[in-house]
Design a protein around this ligand. Structure first.
Ligand SMILES: Nc1nc2c(ncn2[C@@H]2O[C@H](COP(=O)(O)OP(=O)(O)OP(=O)(O)O)[C@@H](O)[C@H]2O)c(=O)[nH]1
Ligand SMILES: [Mg+2]
Length: 369
């Protein structure tokens, strides 16, 4: 059958197809290995049932606080088929068009010339950490898509997730997973690979956020359908925005419906569009990821690490620090020390001193967390 004009057009586009910290870490690791019931590691090993609920992995508040104080960098695993738009999203989130520095599993910098060719072909070593100089507060791991059906690729990814999320080497824990499903392939949004991942991969307390990437291409689909309905091009263009919205809602509902029935469903699905444009807005992605996190300290780490939206920093600072104080009785409000409130508010904002220090360490060897 001949391709429809907009399908042909779409297919022709490129998108188609420090000591104190170490002491704390060591203390946590020791607590974990001695089987302290309150430690996150032991809770995971001892209590995680086959179909665990996220709350089963909630850190004990005291341990959570100690752990959170020891981490400085937000670590995200991004999974998705080849060409799903993964690297582009990471670049946009870090507000850069540069390639990331790559570090091996031991934290040593890899000569990017050695791996650039294989990266172009979509081959990624999930153990490698990717760090952009523009925002060294993020550490990314990039997983090659496993739609080709390779059991080995899937097993590699699964054992990485188990080691870094569930069994918990705390210093290298991942904090969120972005699972990318490209809308260029909207007719096969949920394939066997997605079902396998969401039915077999227990990510424990680490939230999985599904990103419907390249959602802007639905504009082509909308135009295509409207023209097929017999509309003139001007009228079709006028109605395309509404139609695009309807299509997106339909596909979002479909993906949420199917994946929601899986054993380990994603926490949330979020469309992302026009990430190849340097002006693209990452606010909703950041907001959804922040809301999906269980621990307030992790939320604070993400909000203060991201540079996409100062509005997000303000919103969280107001909601979490200011409003609770305003709700206090007048007498109690007078007890709030201005310096303490200032510290609390500012902890939701980027800390340039920390960023600079992390950036400096990062230029040669990636720090442990
Ligand atoms: N229309 C559109 N194109 C996009 C978007 N995001 C990325 N692209 C394009 O899609 C192509 C692939 O993007 P990449 O970010 O390299 O995809 P990837 O998932 O990292 O690919 P591999 O590393 O090969 O697995 C590039 O040509 C991007 O410009 C988007 O939101 N909309
Ligand atoms: Mg890539």
């Amino acid at each position: 059958m001949a391709l429809r004009p907009f399908t042909r057009l779409r297919n022709s586009l490129p998108f188609a197809n420090c000591q104190k910290r170490d002491e704390i870490n060591d203390a946590i690791t020791a607590a974990t290995s001695t089987g302290d019931a309150a430690s996150p590691g032991s809770a995971t090993k001892a209590t995680a049932p086959a179909s665990s609920s996220p709350s089963a992995y909630h850190l004990n508040p005291r341990m959570a606080r100690v752990y959170m104080e020891s981490i400085k960098r937000f670590r995200i695993l991004v999974i998705g088929r080849a060409n799903a738009g993964k690297t582009t999203i990471l670049q946009r989130v870090c507000n850069t068009v540069d390639n990331p520095d790559i570090f091996d599993g031991k934290g040593n910098k890899i000569d990017s010339a050695l791996v650039r060719g294989s990266l172009k072909r979509g081959y990624h070593n999930i153990e490698n950490a990717l760090v952009f100089r523009s925002n060294p507060g993020f550490v990314f791991h990039d997983s090659r898509g496993f739609e080709a059906g390779s059991a080995e690729q899937f097993d590699n990814m699964k054992s990485f997730v188990v080691n870094r999320a569930v069994a918990g080497c705390l210093r290298e824990r991942i904090h969120a997973i972005w699972y990318c499903i490209p809308m260029t392939d909207y007719e096969r949004t949920v394939t066997a690979a997605e079902l396998k991942f969401f039915n077999e991969c227990d990510t424990g307390h680490v939230p999985v956020i599904v990103l419907l990437t390249k959602a802007d291409v639905l504009n082509f689909t909308a135009m295509e359908e409207l023209l097929e309905d017999g509309l003139e091009i001007d009228e079709a263009q006028e109605k395309a925005v509404k139609k695009e919205k309807e299509l997106l809602e339909r596909w979002l509902a479909h993906v949420e419906g199917v994946l929601g029935k899986c054993k380990y469903p994603p926490k949330v699905c979020v469309p992302v569009k026009e990430m190849h444009e340097e002006t693209a807005d990452c606010t909703s992605l950041m907001q959804c990821t922040t809301n999906a996190l269980n621990e307030e300290e992790l939320q604070m780490l993400l909000v203060s690490t991201q540079r996409s939206s100062i509005a997000l920093c303000i919103e969280y600072a107001v909601q979490r620090a200011l409003i609770p104080k305003m709700k206090l009785r007048f007498k109690d409000r007078l007890q709030v020390a201005p310096k303490a409130l200032e510290k609390e508010l500012l902890s939701w904002f980027p800390n340039t001193v920390v960023s600079a220090a992390v950036g400096w360490m990062c230029s040669n060897k990636i720090p442990d967390n």
